[in-house]
Write a protein that binds this ligand. Sequence first.
Ligand SMILES: CC(C)(COP(=O)(O)OP(=O)(O)OC[C@H]1O[C@@H](n2cnc3c(N)ncnc32)[C@H](O)[C@@H]1OP(=O)(O)O)[C@@H](O)C(=O)NCCC(=O)NCCS
Length: 342
Amino acid sequence: MSFAFGIGIGTQNNQGEWLEVYYQQPIMTPDKALIDVVESALDYQGGNQAIEASAEQLHQFANALRQLGQTEQATLAEKTAKSKRPVVVTVLASDDTASSTPEVYLKLHLISHRLVKPHGVKLDGIFGLLPNLAWTNEGAIDLNELAERQLRARIEGRTLEVKSVDKFPQMTDYVVPKGVRIADTARVRLGAYVGEGTTVMHEGFINFNAGTEGTSMIEGRISAGVMIGKGSDLGGGCSTMGTLSGGGNIIISVGENCLLGANAGIGIPLGDRCTVEAGLYITSGTKVALLDDNNELVEVIKARDLAGKPDLLFRRNSQTGAVECKTNKTAIELNEELHANN
Ligand SMILES: CC(C)(COP(=O)(O)OP(=O)(O)OC[C@H]1O[C@@H](n2cnc3c(N)ncnc32)[C@H](O)[C@@H]1OP(=O)(O)O)[C@@H](O)C(=O)NCCC(=O)NCCS
C-alpha cells in the first residue's frame, strides 16, 4: 500500500527546477490498481517519485484511470493535460524524508486538506527543498528571475505585485478547507491544519505542521508544531512557543476548551479547560506558586511540572508579581455566535 498520491500543476524556474506545486485532490493510501496505472502509463519505477508528465502521457493516464473506475482522478488528469504549466504526478510509496520539491508540496497539501494531522507526516529536511521565492500576483517567481519579470511587466504596462518573499506560500492559494473563516489569508501558511469551525482573525497566525482540531477563535500565533484542541481560544497577540528557534524541544499543545488571554504566552503544553491570564507568559522553567481554594500557598513548582494538566488557571499576582496557579473554576463558555462560521 502506497502512502500518498497527487496530480499537480507546478511552476519551474528557467533552469527547469520545481518552485512549487498545486495538488487539487491529493489522496492518502492510493490503492494498488492506481499505482499500477502510474507504472504502465508514466513509467513509475517504484519508491517516492515525482514524474513530470507530457500532455500525451496525461491523456493515456486519464484513459487508463477511467477504465479503472477512478473517475475523479481521471477527470483531473484529463484537465491537467491542457495545462500551460508543467504537470507532475507524485507517488509517495512511503512517508520517507522527502527528496524533491513536489514531494514536500504533496506532504504540506495532505495536512492542509486535513488528510493527516500535524506531526502525522515526516517533514524533516524540507527547508532545503523549499526554495525562497517571490509570491506574486503572477504566481511563484525564482528570486534570481524576479528583476527581469518586474521589468517585463512594467514594459507591458503592468505592475508585478510581490505579496511575500518566503519558503512557504499562503495556504488559501492551494486549498480552503470547509467551514473556516480567515480574515487575513497571508497569515496561514500552506501546511497548516485549520479545523472545521475555526476563525482566524487578522492578528492570528498558523504556521505549517500546526493548527486547530475544531472550533476555535484564533487571534494569536500558532507556531510550527503546535496543535490547539477543540473549543479553545487564543486571545489577541498571544503566543505559543515553537520548537524551531530556541523554544526547547517540548512540543507545545493546547487542550480542549482553553483560553490563552490577550498577549499571554505558553512554553508548556496545556491540558483541557486551562486559562492563562492576559499578558502572562509561562515558560517551562517559570516558578509557579500553587494556591488552594482559599488562595493559600501549597507549594512552588516549575511550570513544566504542570504540563498537560487540566483545569488550571494561571495568573500573575498583580500585587506581588508572583506567577500563581489555581483551579480553574470558570470553565470557558464559548460564545456560539463568535464561532458560527457557516
Ligand atoms: C485571569 C482571568 C481569567 C481572571 O478572570 P476571572 O476568573 O473572571 O476573575 P475575576 O477578575 O473575577 O477575579 C476573581 C478574583 O481574583 C482576583 N484577581 C484576578 N486577577 C488577579 C491578579 N492578576 N492578581 C491578583 N488577584 C487577581 C480578583 O481581584 C478577584 O478577587 P476577589 O475574589 O477578591 O473579588 C482574567 O483576568 C483574564 O485575564 N482573562 C483573559 C481574557 C482575554 O484576554 N480574552 C481574550 C481577548 S482577545
